[in-house]
Design a protein. Structure first.
Length: 185
C-alpha cells in the first residue's frame, strides 16, 4: 500500500481518553463506549484537491461531511506532508483561536495522548490504530507490517484492518475492536 494511495480517501479519527480499555471482550465493549463518550477526538479527511481537513469536534465534522465545508477554519497553505493545504475546522467558540486548538496541537506534536484511538480510511478499508506512533509510521511508510483483518465488518461492509505493533502482534485486539464498534453505534 503506497502513501499516495492512502492519501486519496483518508479519514483518521483519533480519540483520546483517560481510561484504558479492558482486556476482556465484554468489559472492553463497555469501557470502549465510556472512552468514546468522554474522549477528545481528532478527525482527519484527505482529499484529492490538495487539502487535508482536521476536526476535533464531532458536530463540526458531521457538518463537513454533510455540506463539504466547515463554517470556521484555520488554514495553513502548503504546510502538509506533500505541500497540501491544512484546514483545521473550528467550532464557534474556538473560531478566533490560533493556539490551544486540539487538532492543531496534535498535528504539531504538542499534544501526546496517553490513550489513543485513530482511523484511516482508504480504498474501501478502514485502518484502526491504538497508538499515535503506529498511525504516524503507516503515514510515513504506507505499510502495515502487523495487522488483524476482518473482511466486510465495517459499517458499510468495508474491510477493517486493526494495525498492531511489535508489542501486541500476537494478541487479538479485542479492546481496539470494541472501541471501533463503539464509534458506529
Amino acid at each position: 500500500m503506497k502513501l499516495k494511495a492512502l492519501a486519496k480517501a483518508l479519514l483518521i479519527t483519533g480519540a483520546i481518553a483517560g481510561v484504558s480499555a479492558c482486556a476482556q471482550m465484554g468489559t472492553a465493549h463497555n469501557s470502549a463506549q465510556e472512552q468514546m463518550q468522554q474522549a477528545k477526538a481528532l478527525y482527519e479527511v484527505h482529499h484529492d484537491d490538495g487539502r487535508i481537513y482536521f476536526f476535533y469536534d464531532k458536530s463540526t465534522y458531521a457538518h463537513f461531511l454533510q455540506h463539504g465545508e466547515t463554517p470556521y477554519a484555520f488554514k495553513r497553505i502548503a504546510s502538509g506532508p506533500n505541500g497540501e493545504t491544512l484546514v483545521f475546522g473550528l467550532n464557534g467558540k474556538d473560531k478566533k483561536k490560533r493556539s490551544g486548538v486540539e487538532s492543531v496541537d496534535m498535528y504539531d506534536g504538542k499534544l501526546k495522548p496517553d490513550a489513543f484511538y485513530g482511523e484511516m480510511r482508504a480504498e474501501g478499508r478502514i485502518y484502526v490504530f491504538s497508538t499515535l506512533e503506529d498511525m504516524q509510521n503507516v503515514r510515513a511508510t504506507g505499510e502495515t507490517p502487523y495487522r488483524f483483518t476482518q473482511i466486510g465488518d465495517g459499517p458499510n461492509g468495508e474491510t477493517i484492518v486493526y494495525v498492531l505493533n511489535n508489542s501486541n502482534k500476537k494478541q487479538r485486539p479485542d479492546a481496539l475492536i470494541a472501541q471501533f464498534k463503539a464509534q458506529y453505534q
